[in-house]
Design a protein around this ligand. Structure first.
Ligand SMILES: *Cc1c(COP(=O)(O)O)cnc(C)c1O
Length: 382
């Protein structure tokens, strides 16, 4: 058996929807992008949603709209995909990396408070592999200090916090539709906001700063000339992607329910293994289980990379846990002298197990049996 660590749930209907779009002649900024935005806003409970080319461009535009620039500092967790920190550097601001909580892997409030300076312009929280961070705590901190809160919700489409879907809580929430996330448009991203001026500016920036977009011009019966109002970017989502996204969004709740069933099987199967720590979901937090990450305690019989190799030898792909940005080559000089012990330990001692839809019961059982066989000392019978 060969088991990948993840795979997208895409079907022929999704592709057909995209194909039909091409027949209407729309490729960018057409009706499908608008429909996807409206449906995503409705799904999350945000007032507006703006579709872009991926989550990295979403984060870049969020920084611009938040007014972050040279001389400013933005605090984010080091333990995240590197794009989180990169978007801060794109606008010339300084990345200030914070620690995570060792149990949730989400950004640590007390550590963030210590890192706030008069230059802190924004705090970029990450909903780690689908588990929401404590949004309310960061929202009140930001309000008190006059700082902007931005959410990197790349992995968190469909996750919820205190009863509200991610996307509904604050003014700049960035999502990804990369194939590694819970729903995909190939590549793609979305920003949700409840502020109309943000939505308008984001739409301007994603399309070269163009004052009147091509759909409006196309639909006009009189000649419309446009102007470019500010330095913009080509960060558009295409109608082809949006058509796939609409179909994916219809399946999102079902995909999450299926993912949670698999996660529950893992929880139950591994509950008695004392040398590991399983993912937790506190009261009021609802994870889409974008990934299932297991922490290996120091007393775990073998090291993490050996475990990954042993799993691979059995045909099971795994991944190391979420990376730390400050130890990547691109950040080594930038972060010289920075040590973040909790993040480093969490990164080095965690492993991501296969979780995708559909995963057959046979595949789930094989992962469980293989993992247990390697985990448990020879005479330990569970
Ligand atoms: C995947 C991911 C990104 C980047 O998303 P893209 O759509 O690939 O640009 C950013 N932040 C986090 C936390 C991610 O997991």
């Amino acid at each position: 058996m060969k088991i990948p660590v993840a795979k997208p749930y895409l079907d022929a209907q999704d592709a057909q929807n995209a194909y039909d779009t091409i027949l209407t002649g729309w490729v960018t900024q057409g009706p499908k992008v608008q429909e996807f935005e409206e449906k995503f806003a409705q799904y999350t409970g945000a007032k507006y949603a703006v579709a872009v080319s991926n989550c990295t461009t979403a984060l870049h535009l969020a920084m611009i709209v938040a007014g972050v620039g040279e001389g400013d500092e933005v605090i984010c967790p080091s333990m995240s995909y590197i794009a989180t920190a990169n978007c801060i550097r794109y606008v010339g601001a300084k990345v200030v990396l914070a620690e995570v909580n060792p149990e949730t892997y989400n950004i640590d409030l007390q550590d963030v408070i210590k890192r706030i300076t008069p230059k802190t312009k924004a705090i970029l929280i990450v909903h780690q592999i689908g588990l929401p961070a404590d949004i309310d705590a960061f929202a009140s901190l930001c309000k008190e200090k006059g700082i902007t809160l931005i959410e990197d919700a790349a992995c968190a489409a469909g996750s919820a916090y205190k009863g509200g879907k991610i996307g509904s809580h604050s003014d700049l929430v960035c999502f990804s539709f990369h194939p590694r996330k819970v729903i995909t448009t190939g590549d793609g991203g979305m920003i949700t906001t409840s502020r109309q001026e943000y939505a308008d500016r984001l739409k301007l920036l994603r399309q070269h700063g163009m004052a009147i977009n091509d759909r409006v011009r196309h639909e006009s019966t009189t000649v419309v000339l446009t102007d470019h109002l500010e330095l913009g970017y080509n960060y558009r989502m295409t109608d082809i992607q949006a058509a796939v996204g609409i179909k994916q969004l219809e399946k999102l709740d079902w995909i999450i329910a299926e993912r949670r069933k698999i996660a529950l099987q893992y929880h139950q199967a591994f509950a008695d293994i004392t040398t590991i720590r399983l993912p937790i979901e506190q009261e009021g937090y609802f994870s889409n289980y974008q990934s299932y990450s297991v922490y290996l305690k120091p007393e775990f019989p073998i090291n993490r990379d050996e475990l990954m190799q042993k799993m691979l030898d059995e045909g099971i792909s795994t991944r190391s846990g979420v990376m730390t940005t400050h130890r990547e080559t691109a950040y080594r000089a930038y972060c010289a002298g920075i040590i973040l012990p909790v993040s480093e330990d969490a990164c080095d001692r965690s492993i991501i197990l296969p979780l995708y839809v559909p995963m057959t019961q046979e595949e789930i059982n094989f992962v469980i049996e293989t993992f247990k066989k390697i985990c448990l000392p020879k005479n330990d019978i569970l």
